[in-house]
Write a protein that binds this ligand. Structure first.
Ligand code: HEM
Length: 453
């Protein structure tokens, strides 16, 4: 008997009226608020339209997993133009299959015990300078401080170069990428993209010195006696010594791959750390427990890389921060490559499907006291009910840099709480969504020494 493929149900997920401009205005006014509203009004899977096309928002862990596990049907959509400074196909842009697997392996194999230890040493040393450089009684823009710290730790670990340039080139790169995403949501974006946009031109100019430093780092990594431990040195050495299935065709491809991972690491790291002053100052009992843990582990000596394994509460604080304020409030959108179905609904070809972690991580069905900042939950063994937590995405397209990302976050937090209590001037949380991280407004914060608090 001939088998016929079941036709997907032709019913779209429920959603707001198809008033594209009105929906766009609402989305732009309050990015994450918009998705909370969609979920409250229409449930676990919602369809909406804005001028650049049809979108689907997913709030349910099972539907999210179904989506993410089918990369051949729902392809991660990082528009090439958003990262024009990164020219070559990179891990973030190769959709699935053999090419993606080989590039993934190349990145994952960087995390040997030796290199992970080296990354931790860098993170701890940069974190200690970060905490030392804050001045008692001053008011700082905490966002700018965190941008500098994470820049220092990540350029040194990933690029092996560029620390001395300060975050300027990275900020220009991020600004260009984020503005491109905004342009992408506008009608006629293809035409607009053909214009020589000032933010792109500025970014290209600003990253020239970073390029020069990175090419020098690639050159050094080729030296037979090289002891470089950076991610980029691993790319050079593993591919050129035949230890990897991947090969790069030019140094600019190596640089592009490293930039792609760097951009994907720096922005979330800034985002995750930006909320520290608000959540600690608003939860003095958490702050006290954290201080106690760090004091007990390090005593009077400086923090060291090995301490990172002895700070479970500090790690729990980040798990909880990433739950309430996920660095990617929406995972990278997936585009339906053909008409298909998801969660029992019809999804037309071309729809951009988004997993909204900002909502999923706060659903009362899965999380006890969902809106409360309670790091203890991560130590109580019931932390992650039914896969409803995915701050690093999910296989096969999940994050490749968790060990390094967590080392930077936990080191920064531990170094800060040893010395300071940071008091934000405003009770209002830093803006989230599209405005988050590198484009968000300053976070004015008072630096109070612990002994004076
Ligand atoms: C605080 C730190 C970090 C956070 C919160 C974070 C989060 C994420 C998220 C949410 C994704 C997208 C997952 C998806 O849409 O399914 C991702 C992808 C990725 N991350 Fe990270 N990341 C961090 C640090 C890093 C670091 C240090 C690296 C360095 C290697 C890295 C490399 C990547 C790569 C290569 C991808 C793309 C993987 C693919 O598409 O196959 N990330 N990350």
């Amino acid at each position: 008997m001939q088998q016929t493929e079941a036709k997907p149900d032709r019913q779209l997920p429920p959603g707001p009226p198809r008033k594209k401009l009105r929906t766009m205005r609402r989305l732009a006014a309050d990015y994450t608020g918009f998705f909370h509203w969609l979920h409250e009004q229409w449930g676990d899977i919602v369809y909406f339209e804005v001028p650049n096309g049809g979108h689907c928002a997913v709030f349910d862990p099972d539907i999210a997993e179904d989506l993410v596990r089918k990369p051949e049907l729902f392809q991660k959509d990082t528009p090439a133009f958003a990262f024009e400074v990164i020219q070559s196909p990179c891990l973030a842009r190769t959709p699935f299959g053999d090419e993606h697997r080989r590039l993934t392996d190349l990145t994952v194999t960087a995390f040997t015990p030796e290199r992970t230890a080296a990354f931790r040493r860098i993170a701890v040393s940069e974190a200690s300078s970060f905490a030392k450089e804050l001045t008692e009684g001053s008011t700082v823009d905490f966002r700018a401080e965190v941008e500098r710290y994470t820049w220092n730790a990540l350029t040194t670990s990933m690029l092996g170069a560029g620390r001395e340039l300060g975050p300027g080139p990275g900020l220009a790169m991020m600004r260009a990428a984020k503005l491109s995403f905004i342009v992408f949501a506008m009608p006629g974006y293809k035409l607009i993209r053909k214009l020589p946009l000032p933010h792109d031109l500025r970014a290209r100019k600003a990253i020239r010195p970073l390029d020069a430093a990175v090419y020098e780092s690639i050159r050094k990594a080729r030296h037979p006696d090289s002891r470089e431990t950076s991610l980029i040195a691993h790319f050079v050495q593993a591919t050129e010594r035949g230890e990897s299935d991947w090969s790069f065709s030019s140094d600019s491809e190596i640089r592009d791959e490293a930039y792609a991972a760097f951009v994907g690491a720096w922005d979330p790291a800034v985002h995750a750390m930006a909320y520290i002053p608000h959540y600690l100052s608003g939860n003095p009992e958490v702050r006290a427990r954290l201080e106690k843990e760090v004091d007990r582990v390090a005593g009077d000596r400086p923090l060291c890389a090995e301490d990172l394994e002895r700070l479970p509460y500090a790690e729990a604080v980040f798990n909880e921060l990433l739950r309430l304020q996920p660095a990617a409030p929406l995972l990278v959108p997936r585009r339906a490559v053909r008409d298909t179905s998801l969660g029992g609904y019809f999804i037309p070809k071309g729809t951009l499907v988004k997993v909204v972690t900002h909502v999923m991580h706060r659903r009362a069905e899965y999380w006890e006291d969902a809106e409360e900042f309670r790091p203890e939950r991560w130590l109580e063994g019931q932390a992650c009910p039914r896969g409803s937590y995915m701050p690093f995405g999910l296989e096969p397209r999940g994050c490749r840099g968790v060990p390094l990302g967590m080392a930077v976050l936990v080191s920064g937090l531990a170094a800060l709480v040893r010395k300071w209590r940071l008091e934000p001037e405003s009770d209002e949380l830093p803006a989230d969504g599209l405005e988050v991280g590198i484009l968000s407004s300053p976070i004015r914060t008072r630096v109070v020494p612990r002994r004076a608090a």
